[in-house]
Design a protein around this ligand. Structure first.
Ligand code: SAH
Length: 382
């Protein structure tokens, strides 16, 4: 315990100096008392960096067509059991306006499979129209595209982009994402950075073949790239994929711990309490016995370093078809009014509120390019 506390203190004082083996040690607290201390430390860092409120983002999953064939994902192109849909640009804008009428979301996340089926001008139009109608920030999560496409969408007003690298281990990546490469994906992240997007990335935790060292390296990559958003979601096997019978290697506890260590390493990042965590939490008795007053494991993540909740506002008729992993469709309920109400209720149980505004990164200008401001000084400068 003493050694663990010393390591925590080192992480707070000098996360830049942490090695892979030290991050591995942070990821394995010796017992529940040490784990709680880690979660609390991450929570304090989050309060310091981003405040006590929680950013509520609205996510519209507008197409489930995908040209990639990732072995873990229900949207993979080889899965012919999924009903494919592609919302029209008008329907995407309408969905945003409808959600905005229920709650003044500061950010809309537009996510899809890697669907080449939209004309660029239509995607640009949707981004522009949503911005015009809602004044919200737009985060795109549409996979790997050319620099030209990223630039055009940035110019249309999409200021943020979410592209998880999923795993930084070349071997696992090659196996699980056979239709692309790690270099290509990291290259896209570099392009997004160079275009001045606020960049979000992250991993799937518990992928087959992933070990502690690999996760530690993932988190170190997030630190070194200093992403504005870091997302850590547990792997959930999908029945219609080659990984249908893969072991579930994660649980609520290990996910919280990984989120907390990520907070230590990337203190200013926005970090979602992921839907996938909520889903695995439904069958995880451990945390329910520890925190019986909470309904949703996502609430625990908000006390262990995470500071963002994403609400699914996709029109209900499409939800079941956006089945990246099982259990996702029903996670937020079909009616936006109800899910916003539930989120507010969960937050008030935690003594937290919804942040006003767009919820941009608290560290501007973002990214490694910013050499004028040292990491430890950022808080005082901004
Ligand atoms: N096409 C976009 C969006 C992908 S779907 C892109 O490539 O970025 C959004 C995220 O769902 C993925 O980045 C991945 O991290 C997650 N995901 C996919 N399948 C999953 C599974 N079986 N379990 C947990 N997370 C999964």
């Amino acid at each position: 315990m003493k050694a663990y506390t010393a390591l925590l203190n080192k992480a707070i004082a000098n996360s830049e100096g942490l090695s892979t083996s030290e991050v591995m040690a942070l990821l394995t607290p010796p017992g529940l008392v040490a784990a709680r201390r880690l979660w609390q430390t991450a929570h304090l860092l989050r309060l310091n960096a981003t405040g006590k409120c929680v950013h509520l983002r609205a996510i519209i999953e507008f197409s489930n067509y995908c040209r990639q064939d990732c072995l873990y994902c229900g949207l993979r192109r080889s899965n012919n059991r999924v009903t494919r849909y592609r919302m029209t640009p008008e329907a995407i804008v309408e969905a945003a306006i409808e959600a905005h009428a229920v709650h003044k979301f500061g950010t809309f996340v537009l996510q899809s499979g890697e669907d080449p089926g939209y004309e660029l001008k239509n995607l640009k139009w949707a981004v522009q129209e949503i911005k015009l109608a809602t004044n919200a920030a737009i985060t795109l999560s549409i996979g790997e595209r050319s620099c030209g496409v990223y630039r055009a969408l940035w110019e249309a007003g999409a200021g943020r982009f979410l592209l998880k690298f999923e795993t930084s281990c070349g071997q696992i990546f090659r196996k699980l994402k056979p239709t692309t490469t790690l270099e290509q994906r990291l290259g896209c992240l570099g392009t997004l950075r160079s275009l001045d997007y606020q960049v979000g990335s992250g991993i799937i935790l518990g992928l087959p073949g992933q070990d502690l060292e690999s996760v530690a390296n993932d988190l170190l990559l997030c630190r070194d790239e200093d992403y504005e958003m870091v997302s850590i979601g547990p792997f959930i096997p999908h029945p219609d994929t080659p990984l249908s019978s893969a072991n579930i290697a994660t649980n609520v506890c290990s996910t919280l711990t990984t989120i907390a260590v990520a907070r230590l390493l990337v203190p200013y990042a926005h970090m979602p309490a992921t839907t996938a965590l909520g889903v695995i939490g439904q069958n995880d008795k451990w945390w329910k016995s520890k925190a019986p007053q909470l309904q949703d494991a996502r609430s625990l993540a908000l006390m262990a370093g995470a500071n963002v909740l994403m609400l699914d506002v996709t029109p209900a008729k499409y939800r079941t078809s956006y089945s990246i992993y099982p259990g996702k469709a029903g996670a937020d309920g079909d009616v936006i009014t109800d899910s916003v109400w539930q989120a507010k209720k969960d937050l008030s149980t935690l003594g937290m509120t919804i942040c006003p505004g767009r919820g941009d990164s608290p560290k501007q200008p973002w990214g490694r390019g910013n050499t004028d401001v040292k990491r430890e000084d950022r808080m005082h400068v901004y």
